[in-house]
Design a protein around this ligand. Structure first.
Ligand SMILES: [Fe+2]
Ligand SMILES: [Fe+2]
Length: 324
């Protein structure tokens, strides 16, 4: 490990970096006084609003779905929203906050300044509130549509937990940190696309609140990534680079099992389901999603010095995550 005393000046990271800014007057857990109950005029809103942004559900453009009654599209959107919110609730607790613990409790063996630790403690608190309001909205929508298949763990969560399990114990803390970094930079971008004023008003308010926090989290994790990366030894960096390829890939996989169940709930025929799922799991479609969705993550890695090593550049090119 390089000397911690050498890094803040070398990184150009001042106290303004690696914080969540004026958390007391901006974080939604500190300032939010509204409830997240579905609107009384829900039926009216659903005449022209969505449960979830259709841009995130390209399969809605399938002719079988376009030609069907609008109720099929609305139900698929509701399924997708509940899945996204249940996933968010789990992710915040079991993935993001586990990753943040590595900073707070010095599991990386890299001393961090007090303001960085304080921001990690604030971020941990934010995620608990995000899980609370995500679950509140998920419960209401699930009840409305009698959505049953909510107990299975989303693919992303099981894949990330599986990755940690097969990582040797002495490298697990750093892998958790990298999972947190990728998650927090990917999630902010996802929410930026999802928080549109064309969705049901309560869902929009909630996603917008979440996005405002996550924009700060993304900046924080990008700064901390640079701070941590600077202090890793070459061997740790090589291992971390391979882990990053795997982690980024996981964030853009398709949960075929859940998606098939969602289509099953609207009685879509088996041939259509198999066709849609096959197109989504195709490696080219996956790479396309990575390139589009991981841009903030890759930019933060670039700023942190990740691509200064040609080996790392090659690794990301081979994975198809960046252009040649
Ligand atoms: Fe969050
Ligand atoms: Fe976050």
């Amino acid at each position: 490990m390089n000397s911690p005393a050498s890094q803040p000046a070398g990184l150009g990271l001042s106290e303004q970096h690696c914080t969540l800014g004026d958390w007391d007057s901006t974080a939604c857990v500190r300032i939010d006084r509204r409830d997240y109950l579905l609107p009384a005029e829900l039926e009216h809103e659903l005449e022209n609003r969505h449960w979830f942004v259709p841009a995130f559900m390209p399969y809605l453009a399938h002719p079988k779905i376009v030609q069907a009654d609008r109720s099929m599209t609305l139900r698929l959107e509701a399924n997708q929203l509940v899945y996204f919110l249940d996933y968010t609730t789990l992710l915040e607790h079991k993935i993001v906050n586990r990753a943040v613990e590595t900073l707070i409790h010095n599991e990386l063996g890299i001393p961090i300044p007090g303001h960085m630790k304080n921001a990690a403690l604030q971020l941990y608190t934010d995620e608990g509130y995000h899980a609370l309001f995500s679950n509140q909205v998920a419960e209401q929508v699930a009840q409305l549509y009698d959505i049953q298949n909510r107990s299975a763990l989303p693919l992303r969560v099981t894949r990330l937990q599986g990755l940690i399990e097969k990582t040797p114990a002495e490298h697990q803390a750093l892998t958790w940190f990298l999972v947190g970094f990728v998650s927090e930079t990917v999630v902010a971008k996802e929410l930026l696309g999802a928080a549109r004023n064309t969705v049901v008003s309560t869902v929009f308010r909630m996603l917008k609140s979440h996005l405002e926090d996550e924009a700060r989290h993304s900046r924080y994790f990008s700064d901390v990534f640079a701070y941590v990366w600077m202090q890793l030894e070459q061997e740790q960096r090589s291992r971390a680079a391979r882990s990053l390829v795997a982690i980024i890939g996981i964030f853009f996989e398709t949960d075929s099992q859940w998606l098939s169940e969602s289509f099953g709930a609207v009685d879509l025929d088996e041939t259509t389901i198999v066709g849609i799922v096959a197109a989504l799991v195709h490696p080219d479609a996956h790479r396309k999603r990575v390139r589009r969705g991981a841009s903030a993550t890759l930019l933060a890695m670039s700023r942190g010095g990740f691509f200064d090593d040609d080996e790392n550049l090659l690794l990301m090119r081979e994975a198809g995550y960046i252009n040649d």
